[in-house]
Design a protein around this ligand. Structure first.
Ligand SMILES: [Zn+2]
Length: 286
C-alpha cells in the first residue's frame, strides 16, 4: 500500500540497482532451509540477483557461466558456438531436492566436459514457496508456476483442465491469465534473452525423466528412465518444448525432501552431460 502511495507522489522512482553478488543474507536463509546447501558455497557460487523479484520481494537469482574454450576454437566464430544450457530448480517450492541438487551440480561446472558449455543456472525459481512453513508447491499468490507459462493453448485449456481434470486442486491453479506471476514472467524473459539450446528443469518426486521438443530423447540419466508424463497447458515443457522448439528435459528426482545418494547425483549428472555433448556440441569442439 505504501509503495502505491509513493508511486503516485513520485512519477518515476529510480529503479533500485541490483547488488553485484548474492547477499549473505539470501544464502543464509537458503542454507538454513536446505540441509544440503552450504551458505558458504552459495556466497561463492557466483549467483547474482536479476532485476526481478518474487511476489514477496525476494531476489530471483541467476548464474551465467560462458564456455571456457581452448584458444584455438574460441577464435572460430559461429561454427564453434557452444551449446547454451539453461538449468532451473525449485519452480515448485515444496520440491526441496530440486533446489539442492542444482547447487551440488554447480560445483561440477569447471570439469572439462561441462566447461565448454554456456550455462545459465537458476537454482530457485520460486523462493517464496520454498520458504513458507510448510514449503508449498505454488508461489505466494497460490499459483502453480508450472501451469502459468504463456502457451498457445492456455486460454482454451488451462482453466478447463484445472476445473475438469484436477477438480480445482489448489496446488495446480494456473492463475487467472497466462504469465500473471512475476516469477513466470522472469523465466520467460530469461529464456528469450539467453536463447537456450536445451532447458533442464528439475522436479520431484516421480523418479523419471520427461522430455518435450525436438532432439534425440534421452533414455535414461542414472537410474531415472524416460517416462513421458504428458503435456499440460501452461507448463514449461509445453512452453519451451512444444511452443518455442527448445528441447526441455524434466528431471524428476525420486524424493522431494531426501537427496539422491552422492553416487546417484553423479550418475545423473554424467549421463546428462553425455547426452548434451552427443546432441548439441558441434564436432569442432569435441
Ligand atoms: Zn514439480
Amino acid at each position: 500500500m505504501l509503495a502505491g502511495i509513493a508511486l503516485v507522489a513520485v512519477a518515476e522512482p529510480p529503479a533500485p540497482l541490483p547488488s553485484e553478488i548474492v547477499s549473505s543474507e539470501w544464502c543464509e536463509t537458503i542454507g538454513n532451509r536446505l540441509f544440503s546447501v552450504s551458505a558458504e558455497f552459495c556466497e561463492e557460487s557466483g549467483l547474482r540477483p536479476s532485476s526481478a523479484t518474487s511476489i514477496e520481494g525476494r531476489a530471483l537469482m541467476r548464474f551465467e557461466r560462458p564456455p571456457q574454450l581452448p584458444r584455438r576454437s574460441a577464435s572460430i566464430d559461429g561454427a564453434s558456438r557452444s551449446p547454451r544450457i539453461m538449468m532451473i530448480g525449485g519452480i515448485h517450492g515444496d520440491e526441496l531436492t530440486s533446489v539442492s541438487i542444482v547447487f551440488k551440480w554447480m560445483e561440477r561446472l569447471n570439469r572439462a566436459d561441462a566447461s565448454q558449455l554456456h550455462w545459465l543456472i537458476i537454482p530457485l525459481a520460486n523462493p517464496d514457496g520454498l520458504l513458507m512453513r510448510p514449503a508449498q508447491r505454488m508461489n505466494a499468490r497460490g499459483v502453480d508456476l508450472n501451469r502459468n507459462f504463456d502457451t498457445p493453448d492456455w486460454s482454451d485449456k488451462a482453466m478447463r483442465y484445472w476445473v475438469g481434470r484436477t477438480r480445482k486442486d489448489p496446488r495446480r491453479f494456473p492463475g487467472r491469465v497466462p504469465v500473471s506471476e512475476p516469477e513466470t514472467r522472469w523465466l520467460q524473459e530469461e529464456i528469450t534473452k539467453f536463447r537456450p539450446d536445451v532447458i533442464v528443469s528439475i522436479h520431484a518426486p516421480y523418479g523419471v525423466l520427461d522430455f518435450d521438443g525436438p532432439a534425440e530423447e534421452p533414455k535414461r540419466f542414472g537410474r531415472l528412465r524416460l517416462n513421458r508424463l504428458g503435456v499440460y497447458p501452461g507448463s514449461l515443457g509445453n512452453y519451451g518444448g512444444v511452443h518455442k522448439g527448445v528441447p526441455v528435459i524434466t528431471i524428476e528426482l525420486p524424493h522431494a525432501t531426501r537427496m539422491p545418494s552422492a553416487r546417484d547425483q553423479e550418475a545423473i549428472w554424467q549421463d546428462m552431460i553425455k547426452w548434451i555433448r552427443q546432441n548439441f556440441v558441434p564436432a569442432n569442439l569435441t
